[in-house]
Design a protein around this ligand. Structure first.
Ligand code: IMP
Ligand code: MG
Length: 180
């Protein structure tokens, strides 16, 4: 079994200030509107729960689960919905809550699919963005932090279901077992 080293990337303090900042902007922009947060499971669940506790406007919340990353570190390119949204979204303002943008294919797929149901608007809020890896044209309307092309874990984000529970964000690198 390959082992990984956890390298600190975003501290608890920095996450707090990023999330508060995003919540302030969203609260300003959506005041008086009918906002539904659409959280992409599983990776964004901690981000969503911290974000909503800093919002100062009423929102509704729904969840989708998309499969593309199966296992490993690369997206397959084919995306499918394994748990769909359950609320009526026609005429509503939607804000997709995502953990991290990589190729952009997941968000492009979801945004296009939600748009088919005639919402009033669809925007994107992402905690992290690996902009250098983008393969399709998609940008977050609300972005926490741009990161380098590294594999990130913690604060809800996993590698093969490991590390989601960590309160801070790390990037993983393989440990050379000979030297260990
Ligand atoms: P995209 O469709 O290539 O943009 O991939 C986005 C999805 O891949 C996100 O929802 C993440 O779950 C996952 N992902 C992308 N980069 C990482 C990473 O560094 N660590 C863990 N998951 C990642
Ligand atoms: Mg994900």
């Amino acid at each position: 079994m390959e082992r990984y080293r956890l390298n600190p990337l975003v501290s608890r303090e920095e996450i707090d200030s990023i999330v508060k900042n995003l919540a302030d902007r969203i609260s300003e922009d959506y005041r008086g509107r009918d906002l539904i947060l659409v959280c992409i499971l599983k990776g964004a669940f901690i981000f969503l729960s911290d974000l909503v506790r800093h919002l100062r406007i009423p929102v509704q919340i729904d969840f989708v689960r998309l499969a593309s990353y199966g296992t490993g570190m690369k997206t397959s390119g084919t995306i499918e919905i394994t748990k769909d949204i359950e609320m009526p979204i026609e005429g509503k303002d939607l804000l997709i809550i995502e953990d991290i943008i990589d190729s952009g294919r997941t968000l492009q797929f979801l945004r296009d699919r939600l748009t088919l149901s005639n919402p009033n608007s669809v925007k994107i809020c992402a905690l992290l963005d690996k902009k250098s890896r983008r393969e399709v044209e998609i940008e977050a309307d609300y972005l926490g932090k741009e990161v380098d092309d590294v594999f990130v874990v913690g604060y809800g984000i996993d590698f093969n279901e490991a590390y989601r529970y960590l309160p801070e964000i790390y990037y993983i690198t393989p440990v050379d077992q000979q030297k260990d």
